[in-house]
Structures are given as structure tokens and as C-alpha cells.
Design a protein around this ligand. Structure first.
Ligand code: GZL
Length: 316
């Protein structure tokens, strides 16, 4: 049988399966941040719009729950699996099980250290670049003045926590006036962001010795802003605040002068993921192993109230 005829036959066979609704398993990390909630909302909307049945699993930020969910999806014989991996390590065996079941896996918004042969593609931003953009904004903002920085890291062992730290450090490396004096995980949540910032303030002369906060996501920054205010200081002025995600509430803080800059991360990772899966299902098209989404800096000069109004109903 010629290659063209084989491709046609394969496409026709797949079309037959495409006539029945594809079932997609989605192992989501949890609902730890506004951005995560928006990613879930948009994934559900994309699945509904494209006629897929979405099997959703919320792992409560525990890798063992994600691994169990993937095994359940494999047992169900789903047509594809979306995985937002809470941490970067420990996925080889369960991804091999999905591969042996010939179920394509697409990674969303975070990366894994497994071989790229074990997943169809990964959709996400350049997390190192996000950290670099945040760091460069602070370099430009302080204009050579000494600046003692405190850092709220994301979930320990997650690719955004590793990469956003690396990118920020790279951006400030050649500027001796900028120094990260305290750094600790706030696990991407508001509550822990507030709690850790309280400890930073206490340890740094009530906050008088802190020039800036770099938070790996806006939710930890919003929690920290509350702590800074409760300590009697003005966030955005006494302590500069730069973070990542561009969720509505950081724009509300910016409009109030309580936050200074955020780097946007699109929550619509599912759109490019489903596009890649549809091409793969149609004729076996293998996508690039990384589909990059855009990042953009927003500051108080970028109509924060308008950005809040534009985003507040997008499912965050
Ligand atoms: C980054 C993403 C992060 C968000 C946080 O790609 O995984 O996880 O920045 C979320 O808000 O918790």
C-alpha cells in the first residue's frame, strides 16, 4: 500500500474515532492561585467549545494524587492526557505507562525533567525569561541605588520556582547594588505569601531594611502586600513589589499604588494544547516539543484599572 494511501486510510480511521467525542483526562495541580483557577476555567471552556469530554482531577498540590489520576485516565482509556506537573521530577514511570497505552500526554505551564520522548509537547512560557524581565525592571527602577530584596519563591521543586529564581538572579547579577537578602517558598499561595512576608519584615528591622519584594506569583505578592500594610509600611512605595502572572488583583493593587510591576502569563495553555492534539489525531503530526506562550511586563503606567476591568470576569 503506498504511503499516501496509508496516510489517507489512517486519517479516515481517525476521522471515524473523531466522530465520537474525544475524552481528555486533565490532571490539574490544584486551585492554589488566581492564575491556576483561570487556567482551569479556560481549559474547561476550550474542551466544551471543541466538543471534548473532560475528565478533571484536582490534585490539591500533591504529586501522588496526580500520578494516581494519570493511572486512572490510562485505565479508562482516554484519548489524551493534559498534565500540569506540580514538581519537575518523579514522572518517568507514569509517563511510560501512558506511552505504553499509546495515550498522548501534553504538559501545561510547567516542565518535567523526564525525556521529551515521554510527552507529545509542552505548552508554557519561558519561565527563566519571566524572572529576567522582573529583575531587569527592578534594576531600571532603582537606578543604581542600593536595594535589599526579599524573595517569595513558588512551590519547592517546581519548574517555575527554579527558573524564575534563576532568571531574576541573572538579571541582577552584574548590579552589586541589588542583593537578595532573604528567600523562602510561599508555595504560590496568598496565605503563605503573607505569613513568610511577616517573618521577613520582622527579621529586617520591621521592614525598614527592605527595598523590594520579588514574588514568583501575584498571589503571594497580594498576601505580602497585606503584611506590609499591617506592619505600617506603604507597599509599592516603602517596599517595591514585582511579581508574575498578571491576575486581576495585582492590577487592583497597582491602581491603588500598592504594587509596581507584573509579568503576564497567559492562562490559556489548553488552546495550543488542543490544537496540537487535533493535528496529531488527524494525521499523526508531531508538534514541536515546546510551544511557547508570550510574556509581557505591565507597570503602573499601563492603565492598571483598565487591565483589572478587562480581566476580572475571565475566570480568575
Ligand atoms: C507558572 C505556573 C504557576 C503560576 C502560579 O507557569 O505553573 O503556578 O505562576 C501557579 O500562580 O501556582
Amino acid at each position: 500500500m503506498t504511503k499516501t494511501l496509508m496516510t489517507t486510510v489512517a486519517a479516515l480511521a481517525l476521522c471515524g474515532t473523531a466522530a465520537t467525542a474525544q475524552t481528555v483526562g486533565f490532571s490539574q495541580i490544584g486551585s492554589e492561585s488566581g492564575w491556576r483557577a483561570a487556567e482551569t476555567t479556560l481549559t474547561r471552556q476550550q474542551a466544551e467549545k471543541r466538543g471534548y469530554q473532560l475528565q478533571f482531577s484536582d490534585a490539591q498540590q500533591r504529586q501522588e494524587n496526580q500520578i494516581a489520576a494519570i493511572r486512572s485516565f490510562v485505565a479508562q482509556g482516554v484519548d489524551a492526557i493534559l498534565l500540569a506537573p506540580v514538581v519537575a521530577t518523579g514522572w518517568d514511570s507514569v509517563l511510560q505507562e501512558a506511552q505504553e497505552a499509546e495515550i498522548p500526554v501534553v504538559l501545561l505551564d510547567r516542565r518535567v525533567d523526564s525525556s521529551e520522548d515521554l510527552y507529545l509537547t509542552a505548552v508554557g512560557s519561558d519561565l527563566v525569561h519571566e524572572g529576567e524581565v522582573a529583575g531587569q525592571w527592578l534594576v531600571d527602577q532603582v537606578e543604581g541605588e542600593d536595594c535589599r530584596i526579599v524573595e517569595l519563591q513558588g512551590t519547592t521543586g517546581s519548574s517555575p520556582a527554579i527558573d524564575r529564581k534563576a532568571g531574576f538572579e541573572a538579571a541582577i547579577a552584574d548590579h552589586e547594588n541589588l542583593e537578595i537578602v532573604r528567600s523562602q517558598t510561599g508555595d504560590f499561595t496568598r496565605a503563605q505569601g503573607k505569613e513568610v512576608m511577616e517573618s521577613f519584615l520582622q527579621a529586617e528591622n520591621g521592614g525598614a531594611d527592605i527595598c523590594a519584594l520579588y514574588a514568583h506569583n501575584d498571589d503571594m505578592a497580594v498576601g505580602a502586600i497585606q503584611a506590609i500594610k499591617e506592619a505600617g509600611l506603604a507597599p509599592g512605595e516603602d517596599i517595591l513589589v514585582v511579581s508574575i502572572d498578571a491576575v486581576p488583583d495585582i492590577f487592583q493593587a497597582m491602581a491603588a499604588g500598592e504594587a509596581n510591576a507584573t509579568v503576564e502569563l497567559t492562562p490559556n495553555m489548553a488552546g495550543p494544547a488542543f490544537d496540537a492534539l487535533e493535528a496529531y489525531w488527524a494525521d499523526g503530526t508531531e508538534p514541536e516539543k515546546f510551544i511557547q506562550t508570550e510574556s509581557r511586563l505591565y507597570t503602573q503606567a499601563d492603565d492598571p484599572q483598565g487591565e483589572y476591568d478587562r480581566r476580572k470576569d475571565l475566570g480568575y
